[in-house]
Write a protein that binds this ligand. Sequence first.
Ligand code: DAH
Length: 339
Amino acid sequence: MKEKLQSILEKAMAEIKGSQELDQLESSRVKYLGKKGELTVFLRGMGNISPRERPVMGKLVNEAKQEIEVLLKEQKEKVLALEKERMLREEEIDISIPGKRFARGRKHPLTKTLDEIKTIFMGLGFSVAEGPEVELAYYNFTALNIPEDHPARDIQDTFYINDDIVLRTHTSPDEPRVMEKTKPPIRVIIPGRVYRADDVDATHSPVFHQIEGLVVDEGITLGDLKGTFDLFVKKLYGEHMETKFRPSHFPFTEPSAEIDATCFVCNGKGCRVCKDTGWIELSGAGMVHPRVLERCGIDTARYSGFAFGMGLDRLTMLKYGIDDMRLMFENDIRFLSQF
Ligand code: DAH
């Protein structure tokens, strides 16, 4: 009997020590200590032995059982430790590998300039509005007092969708759009994309950007336009900047002007950029034509207004010293990442 017990114990010990997995250990436990396990069966078989020997054998069987239990526990800990070590090894993160570089986007120079311009005008009490790029010919021309035979209406200059609808050629149509909806006082800038049938070169693009400005209130004069625009230019380009008005003509303003500013390449001395004049043209402007106001139901006996329209692309090119307009629209990262 003793030998039988000894052989079960040795077999169990060898088996448990050789186990590398928790499953194996569990089946060893069942195999020896379970209800039908070898040791349990052995214990039951003890009914056959003499009553004298029984306590001795009982003790031996219990010792064997305990030994197996202890060994199972120890081996289980070993297996778990090994498993943990393996996982740590396999899941190790190599912190010496350089991280993935994420290309970080930034604002387009046009957006940066526009943001600055918005901030300046908002500081002067202006709000910012927007209008449709696909526009009724009525707003683009008629409401702005642009007569039927005006060259701006020519199909060669303008993308017509049909007789009544055009891709807006300027942001000025948003002046009557705002005036129809809003009662004076009005102080608004309207930035947006505009379209003209121009060929692409260093200073032209069929798609470009304008910012319209409109102020309508009691007692508005050309002096307000001059003061507002001068302040704007100084804020955008620096206090040393000066502005001057040149007489011009637009059907929707009377009187009309082109506003020039000090050439900031040569600071007014004269250079290639300003064609030796010392001045750079920045904007069309004028006092809103009474006919335009009246069409929008504004009482011209009480109200007057000024307006201006300037090219954002040009303002941006001048600000950053960009000499080719095409760069603005090609989306070349090498160019854009400089801003
Ligand atoms: N819309 C004109 C253009 O595209 C520019 C302009 C001139 C806008 C005078 C105005 C203005 O508001 O008063 O050439």
